[in-house]
Ligand binder design. Structure first.
Ligand code: AMP
Ligand code: ZN
Length: 490
């Protein structure tokens, strides 16, 4: 198989992936700040990281993936401005930060499951690592930090090429960095924030710099080093992290290692999911979350497919129409695979989820091989999932080839795309909208009555039943084995 090429934000170039440790791939992904529900834009970052992990596994690397949970230290601005997001939400809700963190971490994990994102080797929780963060800060403090009344600050002039990852900073970028009294350079950042005199925070720890809490950037440097060792292979995050958070992690890693090395061979960033009305933003009441899609009758994997239809480095504009198109496409794939499984079952008895091309006996048909080659060429080209999906669809649509080979090839490809095609059924995709006013039993009763009316040639009655069902958001599908489906309200 050909080499895996990935776009490295450090060099702004495609580079061949070669692992730090032979046969292994160690990946760190900046996780959510658990002060609120993640929106679907946030989840795009994890679909991307998961797909990257699946590609690395597919290419035969032993994957160690770490995703952290930020439950302390992330301020309302990525630089040193504003309040701690967790403290702010806890105050607003009059709840303990620990309860807030637990609730939203669990909500995030539900979304992870719904989007068929594989469990990483470690979910590292920031508050579990505070003693390690203090040790780490102490190890770099003398040479690279200075203390102010508000905390311990990293002096960005003490490392080479500070901010190289972000490239030339725009004026707007500079403007986002808060001027803290006494900071030596605008880009310097807090690695430890002291609790102001006379105040008590819900989350604070003793440190050589007084009571306080770690800075957000410190957390990721400490947890990635602790769980993956430096240097590791790939660090991922959303494109916004390329500007402040990751340059700051890199500065800390350089200080820690006493070298110019950034700490990871590749820094990879997904572009944003955007929404014109701005409803995705967590600060504006109802926002787009995975549960909202489900409530409206979409299967969450339709959203995964929507993400994969775009390249991870392109901006993706969310629209309900776009999501609906992805949903229809997913339904067609599931129906295609279901038909193949049925055809295969007529002759064989093997289990559906044991498919893999490695088990296929004999030569793989040339037409299948051609699409497998297209698929491979696409995914090693910086994860071109859009093309990879079409290669898989081509195989689903082949008519005159060995069905076992077809299914095995699809299973291997789906292990990369994560659409769960080998086990999803068309009925699984019939997601009951939250606003539905009719029960499934009532629908079945109405359909039976309609069948009887039709048998009696009472077409006025059968049409009336169908119209009534449509009014209740149910689409009758004559000739389809499923019989009916929910109409999407978009
Ligand atoms: P946060 O919980 O704010 O730290 O964000 C979690 C992840 O989502 C980070 O990797 C962000 O870069 C990423 N992210 C935030 N907004 C979007 C968006 N609209 N589209 C894609 N990724 C995003
Ligand atoms: Zn991070």
């Amino acid at each position: 198989m050909s080499e895996l090429k990935l776009f490295n934000s450090l060099t702004r170039q495609l580079e061949t992936f070669t692992p730090v440790h032979a046969g292994e791939a160690r990946v760190y992904t900046c996780g959510p700040t658990v002060y609120n529900y993640p929106h679907i834009g946030n989840m795009r970052a994890y679909v991307f990281a998961d797909t990257l992990g699946r590609v690395l596994s597919y290419k035969g690397y032993k994957l160690t993936h770490v995703i952290n949970i930020t439950d302390v230290g992330h301020l309302t601005d990525d630089a040193d401005a504003g309040e701690d997001k967790m403290e702010k939400m806890a105050a607003e809700k009059a709840q303990s930060i620990w309860d807030i963190a637990r609730h939203y971490t669990e909500a995030y994990w539900e979304d992870i499951k719904a989007l068929n994102i594989r469990q990483p080797a470690h979910w590292s929780i920031a508050t579990d690592y505070v003693p390690a963060m203090i040790d780490y800060a102490q190890s770099i403090a003398d040479k690279h930090c200075y203390e102010l009344e508000s905390g311990l600050y990293f002096d960005t002039s003490t490392v080479a090429h500070y901010g190289a990852l972000a490239r030339a900073k725009t004026e707007e970028g500079e403007g986002r960095i808060e001027e803290v009294d006494g900071k030596r350079h605008a880009a310097d950042f807090a690695i430890w924030r002291k609790t102001p005199a006379g105040e008590t925070r819900q989350m604070e720890w003793d440190s050589p710099w007084g009571k306080g809490a770690p800075g957000w950037h410190l957390e990721c440097s400490v947890m990635s080093e602790a769980l993956l060792g430096l240097p590791f292979d790939i660090h991922t995050g959303g494109i916004d992290h390329r500007e402040i958070h990751h340059p700051n992690e890199i500065a800390q890693n350089q200080a820690r290692c006493g070298s110019d090395h950034s700490g990871a061979r590749f820094w990879m960033h997904n572009n944003f999911l955007i929404e014109r009305s701005g409803k995705m933003s967590k600060s504006s009441g109802e926002f787009l979350r995975v549960q909202l899609l489900i409530d409206k009758g979409f299967h969450p994997l339709a959203y995964r497919l929507m993400c994969l239809q775009a390249h991870y480095r392109s901006e993706l504009e969310f629209s309900w129409e776009g999501l609906q198109a992805a949903f229809v496409r997913l339904k067609r794939m599931v129906m295609g695979v279901t038909n193949l499984k049925a055809r295969h079952a007529e002759t064989q008895t093997s289990e559906a989820d044991t498919w893999t091309l490695k088990q296929v006996q004999g030569d793989v048909a040339q037409v299948i091989m051609a699409s497998i080659n297209d698929f491979n060429a696409a995914i090693v080209d910086d994860l071109n999932t859009a093309i990879a999906i079409t290669a898989m669809e081509t195989i689903i649509g082949l008519k005159k080839v060995d069905v076992a080979q077809q299914l095995a090839a699809i299973a291997d490809m789906d292990a990369v795309l994560g659409l769960n095609l080998m086990s999803l059924t068309r009925a699984d995709l019939r997601v009951r909208p939250k606003a539905a006013t009719i029960t499934e039993a009532e629908i079945e009763t109405a359909l039976t009555a309609r069948k009887e009316a039709r048998a009696a040639k009472d077409f006025a009655k059968s049409d009336a039943i169908r119209d009534d069902l449509i009014a209740k958001g149910v689409e009758v599908m004559d000739g389809d084995p499923l019989g009916w489906d929910w109409k999407l309200d978009i």
